[in-house]
Design a protein around this ligand. Structure first.
Ligand SMILES: NC(=O)c1ccc[n+]([C@@H]2O[C@H](COP(=O)([O-])OP(=O)(O)OC[C@H]3O[C@@H](n4cnc5c(N)ncnc54)[C@H](OP(=O)(O)O)[C@@H]3O)[C@@H](O)[C@H]2O)c1
Length: 338
């Protein structure tokens, strides 16, 4: 089968950083599905995994953690899907990724593809939708039934892949007042199109921009970018008893005692936790993806697809990685077909 992967960890302008491969087609065991991949999207995690380092893989390593495809075969213990089902999923960081014609994925982290979306529109969603859902509803414990209606959330990095879908969940499911951050006219406009009530600029100090708008503080913060840059402002902007959720590793140490007087909380989200540790509630990601598909098909949420770059091959994936590494991506970049 065709696949794209790497042996060496090189800068993205090196043609060997991602290479076209011919690999054996895998066979499903246990609860695995064998999926014929139709479209994939590219996330910053792909670039982080590919980042230059002094290591050579003994066998080609396939990256990619977002796909839409069709189930070709199921393992003997699979019960949730059958051959022919259209599916979408992010996958498991400890296993080969989705940049290949066929991929094995545990059915507990797979959802039925939204019926109203094309393969490319659906491939844009799973990793970021699971991340945003787990962040808002599992980590920040925001009510999904509208009981928190009108309370405030700050979403830092609003026009990125995660921010785009998080704004929609916060606005359309939780009915919150959403303040997003963006730094360019086109990303500001995108945040508003996703449903943000206000947009402030993450190039400036966020806490004072809130104060200038008469906003004393926010009940929740979802930080989708640069935890180090924004930590001090988040500690100031969070309301007493508020909660902050961060997605991006910090490089510097941060003093959590600054949150004590406010009894405020800080929590990490990693969307790979459930699959990496095979947690007892791993099947929640199957349920989340199915709920998101229903919300899409019901017209409440829209795909965050920004652009389809071309076919799934090494040259196009190198372009996509370079775009993500620029840090100025809006919505999601998708590749379709082999
Ligand atoms: N922990 C997890 O489970 C998890 C899951 C998904 C993603 N992540 C991580 O979360 C981060 C965001 O992912 P993504 O898919 O949303 O990325 P993305 O689509 O590449 O994000 C691009 C956006 O980031 C904004 N941005 C750039 N610099 C910023 C800064 N200093 N502060 C705030 N925003 C900034 C840009 O806005 P402007 O163009 O307006 O400047 C741009 O729209 C990545 O580091 C990714 O690895 C973690």
């Amino acid at each position: 089968m065709k696949a794209v992967g790497l042996l060496k960890y090189l800068p993205i302008d090196n043609p060997e950083s991602l290479i076209d491969l011919d690999l054996p087609k895998p066979q499903p065991q246990g609860r695995d599905l064998l999926v014929a991949v139709r479209a994939v999207s590219v996330n910053p995690i792909d670039c982080k995994q590919r980042a230059p380092k002094d290591r050579i893989e003994p066998k080609p390593r396939v990256l990619g953690w977002d796909a839409c495809g069709v189930v070709e075969a199921v393992g003997p213990e699979a019960t949730l899907f059958k051959p022919g089902d259209a599916v979408y999923y992010a996958g498991d960081i400890t296993r080969p990724g989705s940049n290949s014609e066929y991929q094995l994925v545990d059915e507990r982290i797979v959802g039925h593809k939204p019926r109203k979306l094309s393969a490319a529109q659906a491939a844009a969603l799973p990793l970021t939708a699971v991340t945003a859902w787990e962040s808002l509803f599992d980590r920040l414990r925001i009510a999904r039934n509208g009981q928190d209606r009108g309370r405030r959330i700050l979403i830092i990095g609003g026009a990125g892949g995660v921010g785009s879908i998080a704004i929609q969940f916060a606005k359309r499911i939780a009915r919150l007042n959403v303040i997003a951050t963006a730094s360019r006219p086109e990303s500001v406009e995108w945040c508003r199109a996703m449903g943000a009530d206000e947009v402030i600029d993450h190039r400036g100090y966020l806490a004072s921009q809130l104060q200038e708008r008469g906003i004393e503080g926010v009940d929740w913060i979802l930080c989708c970018n640069d935890t180090d840059q924004h930590f001090a402002a988040m500690a100031v902007a969070i309301q007493p008893q508020g909660l902050i959720c961060a997605l991006v590793d910090s490089v510097q140490p941060h003093d959590l005692t600054v949150l004590k007087a406010k009894s405020a909380g800080f929590v990490w989200e990693s969307m790979f936790t459930r699959s990496r540790f095979r947690t007892a509630d791993m099947v929640e990601q199957h349920k989340i993806l199915n709920r998101v598909a229903d919300l899409i098909d019901g017209g409440e949420i829209r795909s965050t697809l920004g652009e389809v770059l071309g076919r799934i091959d090494a040259a196009t994936l190198r372009q996509a990685h370079a775009r993500i590494e620029s840090g100025r991506s809006i919505g999601k970049l998708v590749l379709e077909g082999f």
